[in-house]
Design a protein around this ligand. Structure first.
Ligand SMILES: [Zn+2]
Length: 223
């Protein structure tokens, strides 16, 4: 998607939110209309869900609703990026970077801090992380210089790291970024690996698209 398409999509989304909010405002008041418009700014929330959430907030005790509002403000006021790995933290350095029990020889590179949370939930990786805060996307005008790559290279030059696991998304942007990083890191004498992609656990091959099946085959391992 190019910049123009993105702008027009954002504008049409804004119009939809505005229209839906105005409609609610007409029937149920301006405050409820504004709340619906606000919820529709969140990913995965359409008009119906937004209306349900707005009425749910209206039905809450005042303290509970105030707690939600305060949690949003606290999140915005207190959260920052870890100065080492760009994870989200309230301190200068995040708890993963400070944890002395973790493996210092492996770094897993991800696009966003939210990816760190998901990988941590799987509890299979006990090394360090590095969030790039984006991915290379020439169409959107995002180049390597817009990502947190310098910080990563600095960490790699410190000497402890033996392996870099690239866990960027299986998209064109993610693959472009992975390829770029691999070319940059290999000359440092550090092993570079890419996470495998495959079929979802509990899924059926019949419902998978060709690209996913192709990746699953390429990432096969001996039994
Ligand atoms: Zn950190």
């Amino acid at each position: 998607m190019n910049e123009q398409e993105q702008t027009s999509r954002a504008a049409s989304l804004g119009r939809r939110q505005g229209k839906a909010g105005a409609q609610v405002a007409e029937v149920s008041g301006k405050a409820l209309g504004r709340m619906v418009g606000a919820f529709m700014k969140l990913p995965g929330i359409g008009r119906k869900s937004a209306e349900r959430l707005a009425f749910a907030v209206l039905g809450m005790p005042r303290e509970e609703a105030a707690g939600i509002a305060q949690a949003i403000l606290d999140l915005k006021n207190n959260s920052r990026y870890c100065t080492v790995c760009n994870n989200i933290t309230e301190e200068e350095i995040c708890c993963i970077c400070l944890d002395v029990r973790r493996d210092n020889t492996r770094i897993c590179v991800v696009e966003e801090p939210s990816n760190i949370l998901i990988l941590e939930k799987s509890a299979t990786f006990r090394g360090r992380y590095h969030a790039l805060l984006g991915a290379i996307s020439p169409l959107d005008g995002i180049g390597p210089e817009d990502l947190k790559i310098d910080g990563l290279l600095e960490r790699l030059r410190s000497g402890d790291i033996k392996e870099v696991i690239i866990a960027t998304n299986p998209t064109v942007k993610g693959e472009t970024t992975a390829l770029y990083l691999s070319k940059l890191i290999k000359p440092l004498g550090i092993s570079v690996s890419r996470i495998a992609y495959g079929l979802p656990v509990g899924g059926d091959i019949e419902y998978a698209d060709e690209n996913t099946v192709q990746r699953a085959l390429e990432g096969r391992r001996e039994m």
